[in-house]
Design a protein around this ligand. Structure first.
Ligand SMILES: [Zn+2]
Length: 178
C-alpha cells in the first residue's frame, strides 16, 4: 500500500493505509498541491486543503473496510459481523457475502467463485492508468471512486480557521496570516 511519490505532478501528504491493521500512514509531506481531479488535473487543492482532502480520503478507505467486514446478510446467518479469512474464499480482501449481496458489491461487479477462487477484485494502489480508463479491479474502482467523491464533497472553508501554517516564501500562506 505504501507509495511515496515526489514530483512536480503528483504529490502525497499521506502515503497510504494498511488494510490489515486499519491504520493510516502519515509520511513526510512533499507537496503543497494535489490535483482535484486526477483524471483531469486542471485545478489543485492547495496547502491545508491538500492535507485535509488526503486524510479524509484515507479515512474513507478505513471506513470501507469497516463496512465490508461488518456486513451481514440474512441468507448466511452463520456469517457474523467481523473478520475471518474463512469469509473471504477468493482472498481479495472483501467479505464474500458483501461482494455478492451489498449494493456496491453488485454495482461494481465483484465476484466470488468458490470453485475457482481468484483475487481479481483485490484493491491495488497502482491505479494511475487504469482508474481513469475505468478498467481497474472492482475493489480499486469502488474504493477510489467513493474516496474521491467524499473528498469532492468536503466543505474546505471549514478548516481554514485552523490553518496557522506559515510559509516564509508567502506562496501558499496559511489562511490565518492573510
Ligand atoms: Zn485511495
Amino acid at each position: 500500500m505504501n507509495q511515496f511519490v515526489c514530483n512536480a505532478n503528483f504529490q502525497l501528504v499521506v502515503t497510504g493505509y494498511d488494510p490489515a491493521y486499519n491504520k493510516i500512514i502519515l509520511g513526510e509531506g512533499c507537496g503543497f498541491y494535489k490535483s482535484k481531479n486526477t483524471c483531469n488535473p486542471i485545478t489543485n487543492y492547495e496547502g491545508i486543503h491538500t492535507l485535509f482532502s488526503t486524510i479524509v480520503h484515507e479515512v474513507e478507505h478505513a471506513k470501507i473496510e469497516c463496512d465490508v467486514w461488518q456486513y451481514t446478510h440474512s441468507s448466511h446467518p452463520n456469517i457474523h459481523a467481523g473478520f475471518s479469512s474463512l469469509w473471504d474464499i477468493d482472498g481479495d480482501g472483501y467479505k464474500d457475502i458483501w461482494e455478492l449481496n451489498s449494493v456496491p458489491g453488485m454495482l461494481y461487479g465483484f465476484t466470488v467463485n468458490p470453485g475457482n477462487p481468484t483475487n481479481v477484485d483485490a484493491y491495488s494502489s497502482n491505479y494511475g492508468v487504469c482508474f481513469c480508463a475505468g478498467s481497474c479491479s472492482a475493489g480499486t474502482m469502488f474504493e477510489e471512486i467513493r474516496c474521491r467523491n467524499v473528498e469532492a464533497a468536503l466543505n474546505y472553508s471549514l478548516i481554514d480557521n485552523d490553518d496557522w501554517s506559515f510559509d516564509p516564501t508567502n506562496k501558499i500562506q496559511g489562511k490565518q496570516w492573510k
